[in-house]
Design a binder for this molecule. Structure first.
Ligand SMILES: Cc1cc2nc3c(=O)[nH]c(=O)nc-3n(C[C@H](O)[C@H](O)[C@H](O)COP(=O)(O)OP(=O)(O)OC[C@H]3O[C@@H](n4cnc5c(N)ncnc54)[C@H](O)[C@@H]3O)c2cc1C
Length: 315
């Protein structure tokens, strides 16, 4: 495939804070809500496409805008952690679904509304679907914020200023013949971005797991993509088993693969183990990322990562 051209691994983080406002919201199905952000400063934001991640800082209920140490430079994370969690902006990780420059600077982020009781009430603006099944799982601050977002609501975004930045993980190394892509609904925006980016004719085997049939989206691509949609409501199997069974039963193409897996952390771990141990994938050619974990908030995952890094430094 032509993505085999060497790509320097970008590990720099040329990220800046952007003050943005909600422009509009649009329901994509029972599970997802697209929020379009705007603001003049977004002209300095430059995404790398694919699975470009950004940090969103959301206000607490009652706050007009999130409190974020935007003037702390490279020390922003230390400064943010030192703030009172009850008042500092709620930090969450999301994917840039699309960035537009014209007719004005806009950015789309697709939110999973997990745990939001009545999707039809949560949907504002041009509601697209009449879904009557609420997305499963407990609600979190971000899904709750998204469900209630209104035009004009303020959010601070930490995002890249150059396209080749450390917030893009999908990087097939030289010598890749085909790609395997697997994700759940939280990874659907990233998979959509990856499929849009893949060069013409790239052979891609794709698995996407969503709660409901109405969550299935058109995913434009010029790649030679074979997409399998796994709908959880149609299955008695646990999410991991459903996903694993489908991949395990698949005939995979010949040649050297590159795999990208994202979604619930336990499922991701199981799928990665299957590819490496049972399918013989080179572990260096499997990029896997837990986008969320059952029974853990993002704060808990961040604190685990910080203490893990400290343990490594102590060792
Ligand atoms: C690189 C990256 C990119 C991401 N991109 C997106 C994206 O584009 N769109 C998107 O919707 N999410 C995305 N996520 C996942 C998102 O950050 C998490 O789902 C996050 O936990 C949501 O925050 P919250 O405040 O709603 O819930 P939290 O407060 O973090 O969690 C509250 C509870 O909800 C559970 N929970 C969290 N997420 C889900 C879920 N999806 N389904 C069911 N239960 C859940 C947790 O286990 C916890 O018990 C991404 C994550 C990463 C790491």
């Amino acid at each position: 495939m032509s993505t085999a051209a060497p790509e320097a691994p970008a590990r720099t983080l040329p990220f800046e804070f952007f003050d943005t406002r909600v422009v509009r919201t649009r329901r994509l199905g029972p599970t997802m809500l697209r929020i379009t952000f705007g603001g003049g400063s977004l002209r300095h934001l430059t995404t790398g496409g694919r699975d470009q991640r950004v940090k969103l800082f959301l206000p607490h209920p009652g706050q007009d805008a999130p409190l974020v140490p935007t003037d702390a430079g490279d020390e922003w994370f230390t400064a943010w952690r030192a703030m009172d969690p009850a008042v500092r902006g709620i930090m969450r990780t999301y994917t840039v679904r699309e960035q537009r420059r014209v007719p004005q600077e806009e950015l789309d982020v697709d939110f999973v509304l997990h745990g939001i009781g009545d999707p039809s009430e949560a949907a504002h603006a041009d509601s697209a679907d009449s879904a009557d099944s609420a997305p499963a799982g407990p609600a979190g601050p971000a899904s709750t914020w998204a469900a209630n977002a209104r035009p004009g609501d303020r959010v601070t975004l930490l995002g890249p200023t150059v396209a080749d930045n450390g917030g893009v993980d999908f990087r097939p190394p030289p010598g890749t013949d085909w790609v395997l892509i697997s994700g759940d609904e939280t990874a659907l925006p990233a998979v959509a971005g990856i499929l849009e980016w893949l060069p013409p004719g790239t052979q891609a085997k794709v698995w996407l797991e969503v709660p409901h049939a109405e969550d299935i989206q058109e995913l434009p691509t010029v790649a030679d993509a074979d997409i399998t949609w796994l709908v959880r409501e149609n299955s008695a199997a646990h999410r991991t088993e459903l996903h694993l069974a489908s991949i395990a039963a698949a005939r995979l193409p010949a040649g050297t693969p590159y795999a990208w897996i994202a979604g619930e952390a336990g499922t991701v771990k199981t799928l990665r183990r299957h590819l490496v141990r049972e399918r013989g994938f080179d572990r260096m050619r499997v990029k896997f990322t837990g986008y969320w974990r059952l029974d853990a908030t993002e704060e808990q995952l961040v604190e685990e990562a910080v203490s893990g890094a400290a343990d490594t430094a102590d060792a």
